[in-house]
Design a protein around this ligand. Structure first.
Ligand SMILES: N#Cc1c(N)ncnc1-c1cnn(Cc2cccc(F)c2)c1
Length: 310
């Protein structure tokens, strides 16, 4: 599946594309390894089963960027200075030479101007509930990422406590590799490994409580961190969006009697389910029907509305 080349953005140079997002450095950057800031642009592209699907989901980029920005703000909140530092830079940032790096009109609402960090090669996954690949491993081995769990758990059950299950970030196009905490110590050192774990569990605890207060369950999520110029561990990438997290309806989870009823999702599960019923995983996936596209867009919009309702 090929998708449209990234946009030409005035003042910016495209440097990298993930499945659904594109990364830009300031056009006058001489050393791409050390730009002061980056532009992270979210597209309307949707991916599943390692494929970028067609068509995109209208407004997905805006909806998920809006949610990320809301969460960065919630987590950085003034709670006695214990906020979580993040990589956002204001969009009227003035460089030493007085040039302001602005977010181009073409991507307003679906782009984040961020400070360039020394990114850590760890995908910091936190699981509060048993589902997805965790449920598959549990059924086979009674563990999740090698961590033993009590017997008798069912798909969608809440875990006895949130689990930190790091993965080693693979190069683009390859799968991240689940690793033990001890392996993460070998990769980034004991102090940083512990800081990544503690920050991830604390953010999950806060976000899970906020989600619950809005009638939602944050089943699992993943974070990325980097060190800023002052050596502060800083929350990066997108955060707590439908692409990085699973959200369920709390009432449906409490009253449902089947996994499908209990895990009424606010992410792209509708897309995954339709593909599972309409594609044999061979060759390119079929185009998504308009109804699936609209229902997925509605899920993204509803999640944003529910979470940000005061
Ligand atoms: N966020 C962030 C970030 C930062 N603040 N500093 C340095 N590097 C990154 C960075 C590098 N790759 N990515 C993943 C990524 C994101 C968006 C689009 C893509 F194509 C790929 C993130």
């Amino acid at each position: 599946m090929t998708f449209a080349p990234p946009l030409e953005l005035p003042g910016w140079r495209h440097t990298y594309s993930g499945k659904v997002r594109d990364l830009y450095v300031p056009a006058d950057t001489r050393d791409e390894a050390a730009p002061a800031r980056l532009l992270v642009v979210a597209s309307d592209r949707v991916s599943a089963f390692d494929h970028v699907l067609s068509p995109g989901i209208p407004d997905k980029g805006v909806l998920l960027t809006t949610l990320s920005l809301w969460w960065f703000d919630q987590l950085a909140g003034a709670d006695g200075g214990r906020g979580i530092p993040n990589h956002l830079a204001s969009d009227d940032v003035l460089e030493g030479d007085g040039t302001a790096e602005l977010i181009p009109d073409a991507v307003q609402g679906r782009a984040m101007l961020v400070r360039s960090l020394d990114m850590q090669p760890i995908e910091c996954v936190v699981r509060g509930y048993l589902t997805g690949s965790g449920w598959a491993e549990y059924r086979a081995e009674g563990t999740v990422c090698g961590i033993p769990l009590p017997e008798g758990l069912e798909d969608g059950d809440r875990l006895p406590e949130p689990l930190y299950t790091p993965a080693f970030k693979a190069p683009m196009g390859e799968h991240d590799e689940n690793i033990t905490f001890e392996r993460s110590v070998e990769l980034v050192g004991a102090e940083t490994a512990a800081a990544l774990r503690d920050a991830s569990l604390e953010i999950y605890r806060r976000a899970s409580a906020t989600a619950e207060a809005h009638g939602l369950i944050l089943a699992d999520t993943k974070f990325e961190f980097g060190f800023d110029a002052e050596g502060v561990l800083t929350l990066a990438d997108e955060v707590l969006t439908s692409d990085s997290s699973r959200y369920w309806d709390a009432e449906a989870w409490r009253t449902g009697t089947t996994p499908a009823e209990r895990m009424a999702s606010f992410d792209k599960q509708i897309v995954r389910n339709w593909l599972a019923d309409n594609w044999d995983k061979q060759g390119e996936p079929p185009a998504l029907p308009a109804e699936i596209v609209e229902r997925t867009r509605e899920r993204y919009a509803t999640l944003l509305r529910l979470l940000t309702a005061s």
